[in-house]
Design a protein around this ligand. Structure first.
Ligand SMILES: CC(C)(COP(=O)(O)OP(=O)(O)OC[C@H]1O[C@@H](n2cnc3c(N)ncnc32)[C@H](O)[C@@H]1OP(=O)(O)O)[C@@H](O)C(=O)NCCC(=O)NCCS
Length: 153
């Protein structure tokens, strides 16, 4: 089977405002408490180079936002359109973000994920992230998060 990493139809690009409508659709189908338009716009104007989209035949099928604070990279958010999952697109977005964070001098990468989000936890573990701590009530009452960390080589 051809992985999407090799598929000519798939391209990783920087976010532009024309992508926003589709990103909001992906966000709404992916999260119980989705980010709204204002958050995406604010992030893209502050960190345009840290906001990537995956385009399949020019349609947005996923996105990642990341940031750097001191020596630590941070995965702010990642989501892939439901019908495009398990095809390597999330992995491609994460790999690009990790590469960029390494270039920027990050020594480690941190993220938070809800403890019940088994697919995302498996996804991050596949890329070498480990659970560092539990953050009680991080997403609301009785909605804990794991703090996960990857040491960059
Ligand atoms: C997490 C997410 C971005 C992964 O995107 P994806 O494109 O499906 O990921 P990939 O296809 O690159 O998966 C890479 C590997 O991660 C693991 N993985 C991904 N989804 C998984 C699942 N549902 N169950 C178990 N393992 C999973 C697998 O090891 C997979 O490799 P494999 O398919 O060869 O077995 C996607 O599931 C998603 O958008 N989830 C909703 C939003 C979300 O929870 N974001 C994270 C918030 S912290």
């Amino acid at each position: 089977m051809c992985s999407y990493e090799e598929a000519p139809e798939l391209k990783i690009d920087f976010f532009r405002l024309i992508h926003l409508k589709k990103i909001l659709e992906i966000e709404n189908e992916s999260f119980n408490n989705p980010y709204d338009e204002a958050i995406f716009k604010a992030f893209s104007s502050k960190h345009p180079e840290n906001f990537l989209v995956a385009l399949f035949n020019k349609d947005v099928v996923g996105y990642i936002m990341f940031d750097k604070l001191y020596n630590s990279g941070i995965i702010v958010s990642i989501a892939v359109s439901q019908r495009f999952r398990r095809k390597g697109i999330g992995g491609l977005l994460l790999t690009k973000a990790l590469g960029k964070l390494k270039e920027l001098g990050a020594k480690e990468v941190l993220l938070q994920v809800e403890v019940t989000n088994n697919s995302a936890i498996s996804f991050y573990k596949k890329f070498g992230f480990n659970v560092e701590a539990i953050l009680p009530n991080y997403y609301g009452i009785k909605r804990d998060a794991y703090l996960m960390k990857l040491k960059l080589p």
